[in-house]
Write a protein that binds this ligand. Structure first.
Ligand SMILES: NC(=O)C1=CN([C@@H]2O[C@H](COP(=O)(O)OP(=O)(O)OC[C@H]3O[C@@H](n4cnc5c(N)ncnc54)[C@H](O)[C@@H]3O)[C@@H](O)[C@H]2O)C=CC1
Ligand SMILES: O=C(CO)COP(=O)(O)O
Length: 375
């Protein structure tokens, strides 16, 4: 499908976009990764007038992006901005880039950054968009960027950002997180436009951790939906998920306030509500009675949350952080516990405080041991 033969809806949006001044004209943007999110953000930057290259390993896919302006493997129904130039040549992809976004699943992220390393230059901005954790050392993706390059301008892009909706130019917002003001400003210039808002944060760790953690609860929400559970259940799950993920993140050094933003509660809402989320779909398949292997195979793409459950379960045990939902999910995913049974067991777990920053868990526990007349 060429840009000119795209759907009427898309054609209407194209006309709207042309009225917007290309604020990123002259800015070189390179996206590493040919999957759905990489393709979606490459197209936003091109809509903004940036000179965009997209590196991918598959030559046939690169040819399709360059000639038909679509990516049939990952976003088959959407036209890509014809300004995106795809290539399998890393040196070529990075040559003119001021801003480099890495959209590669966590398992291959470091390997691809190492492949890119010899073509990168200090002064370039490096942005991680992957919501996953590396097993070795519980390392987040922007930390991998830092470790592998030692560069100054490093950040994270994360938020409620389903790629298929961005590709339709649905109104969307995200967060760029970096302690470096220059990085934040350049990312806002590259991607901020009339359908994509880019808010700023200086809590890189919290924003990045939020994106990774919410995948766990998206699996749980998909499972709950398949089991026929209602909206009360979903609201309880999402809110307790927020309590649990904030508790973990604060223990790891993040700012709890970050979790009130787009990369915390925002991303939690979207991925716990949408079958477009791959993590939600894995959970749904598990709730239908499939094994984890079957669920992952049917999906055919990476659901980062599966590995994240295992890593967060280990890390929370190591640090002594109470995470009943993570423990329950680990039992379902890796020990074959029936999801319904797990949900019932969770209903019997500790009834602690609602918002721990208002009333601590310790206060609730202490009060339980008081005599009735001593309250
Ligand atoms: N799809 C979405 O809606 C969103 C995804 N993300 C995050 O972005 C990350 C990347 O996501 P997607 O683009 O959606 O992933 P994807 O699963 O659609 O595609 C991954 C891409 O990485 C490539 N890849 C995998 N291993 C590789 C290797 N060793 N060398 C070179 N290329 C390799 C694949 O060929 C594919 O092009 C994910 O981990 C996800 O957490 C973030 C926001 C939204
Ligand atoms: O992170 C996402 C949306 O913000 C996409 O989630 P999935 O990886 O579950 O598709």
């Amino acid at each position: 499908m060429s840009a000119s033969s795209s759907t009427p809806r898309r054609a209407i949006r194209d006309r709207e976009i042309r009225e917007v001044p290309p604020q990123a004209a002259g800015l070189g943007v390179c996206v590493l990764g040919g999957g759905s999110f990489g393709t979606a953000i490459a197209s936003i930057a091109a809509d903004n007038g940036a000179a965009v290259t997209q590196w991918m390993r598959d030559a046939t896919q690169a040819h399709e992006v360059n000639t038909e302006h679509r990516n049939s493997g990952y976003l088959p129904d959407f036209a890509i901005n014809p300004g995106v130039r795809a290539t399998t040549n890393m040196a070529d992809a990075l040559a003119e880039a001021e801003l480099v976004c890495v959209a590669i699943p966590s398992k291959a992220f470091r390997a691809v950054v190492r492949q890119a390393r010899e073509h990168l230059r200090e002064g370039q901005i490096l942005i991680a968009t992957t919501k996953g954790i590396e097993s070795e050392g519980f390392t987040l993706m922007s930390e991998v960027l830092e470790e592998e390059t030692g560069f100054t301008h490093i950040g994270v892009l994360s938020g409620p950002n389903l790629a298929a909706e961005i590709a339709q130019r649905q109104l969307t917002a995200t967060v760029v997180a970096s302690d470096d003001a220059y990085t934040r400003a350049r990312v806002q210039t590259a991607f901020g436009c009339d359908y994509f808002r880019v808010y700023a944060s200086n809590d890189r760790y919290g924003v990045e951790l939020g994106g990774a953690l919410k995948n766990i609860y998206a699996i749980a929400a998909g499972m709950a939906a398949a089991l026929g559970m209602g909206e009360n259940t979903r609201a309880m799950l999402m809110t307790r998920a927020l309590a649990e993920m904030s508790r973990f993140a604060v223990a790891k050094g993040a700012n709890p306030m970050t979790f009130l933003g787009l990369a915390g509660v925002g991303d939690l809402i979207v991925t716990c509500s949408s079958p477009l989320s791959r993590n939600y779909r894995v959970g749904f398949a598990l709730g239908e009675g499939r094994t984890l292997e079957q669920a992952v195979e049917v999906l055919g793409q990476v659901a980062e949350g599966v590995n994240t459950v295992r890593l967060v379960q280990e890390e929370s045990k190591r640090l002594g952080i109470y995470m009943p939902l993570v423990s329950g999910m680990a039992q379902v995913l890796f020990e074959g516990i029936d999801p319904h049974h797990m949900a019932r067991a969770l209903m019997g777990s500790e009834q602690s405080s609602d918002v721990e920053f208002v009333l601590s868990r310790e206060s609730v526990q202490q009060a339980r041991h008081l005599e009735p007349d001593a309250s």
